[in-house]
Design a protein around this ligand. Structure first.
Ligand code: G6P
Ligand code: MG
Length: 211
């Protein structure tokens, strides 16, 4: 019996994946490195540094650790400058309706995100008030496709992995969910084509039919 849903944040509850994308485009244009929606799909769900490694690997030079750290900082500054301006109006009506409908059914709700900016986004949009728990990039050693962040979220909710759905737009997140013993639900992004997903939805509100 399922009694919880753990949502990925970027690209699932909010369109911050589009902000990540725009910032990667700016950075790679400046560095003269090719970037594309396909590269974006590969880095969905990965940590900031892991994503940077993948993005830089499309170029033809190597970077020192200090240079990489400085690029990661620059990317994050640009991201926060935009994402920090989000409000509740940046969350789709279907998302609010879904969270309220699930809560009304007694379903426990959490976010499991690789992002260190998850607390900022939840605070700016007001989404945090609808959640019972948050596990994010500040609390884990290993980002997706490792299941650590989802296991942490389940622990905070007090549920076993088998009692929770994980909703993801990232292939890495679907794999993490499966490896952790959760039931993965694909919602757009690179997850939509994943053969590992147990369910596929194209509107978040379709989740309510699973309870
Ligand atoms: C999310 C996004 C990734 C991003 C990662 C780190 O999972 O899908 O594209 O790289 O978080 O986010 P951060 O806000 O910590 O840089
Ligand atoms: Mg995502």
């Amino acid at each position: 019996m399922k009694r919880a849903v753990i949502f990925d944040l970027d690209g699932v509850l909010v369109h911050t994946d589009k902000i990540h994308y725009a910032v990667w485009v700016e950075l790679t244009e400046k560095l003269g490195i090719p970037f594309s929606p396909q590269v974006m799909d590969r880095v969905r769900g990965m940590s900031r540094m892991d994503s940077l490694e993948v993005v830089l690997s499309a170029g033809d030079r190597t970077w020192t650790q200090a240079e990489k750290e400085s690029l990661a900082k620059e990317k994050n500054r640009a991201y926060v400058a935009r994402a920090g301006k989000m409000t509740s109006a940046d969350v789709e009506e279907d998302v609010w309706r879904t969270l309220d409908a699930l809560r009304a059914r007694g379903v426990l709700l959490a976010v499991g995100s690789s992002s260190k900016n998850a607390p900022l986004i939840l605070e700016r949009t007001g989404l945090g008030e609808k959640l019972d728990a948050l596990a994010d990039g500040n609390m884990i050693q290993r980002a997706k496709p490792d299941p650590e962040v989802f296991l942490r979220a389940a622990g905070l909710l007090g549920v076993a992995p088998g009692e929770a759905y994980v909703v993801e737009d990232a292939e890495a997140g679907i794999r993490a969910a499966l490896d952790g013993g959760f039931t993965p639900v694909a919602f757009g992004g690179s997850a939509a084509a994943s053969p590992l997903a147990a369910h596929r939805i194209d509107r978040l509100s379709q989740l309510t039919a699973l309870f």
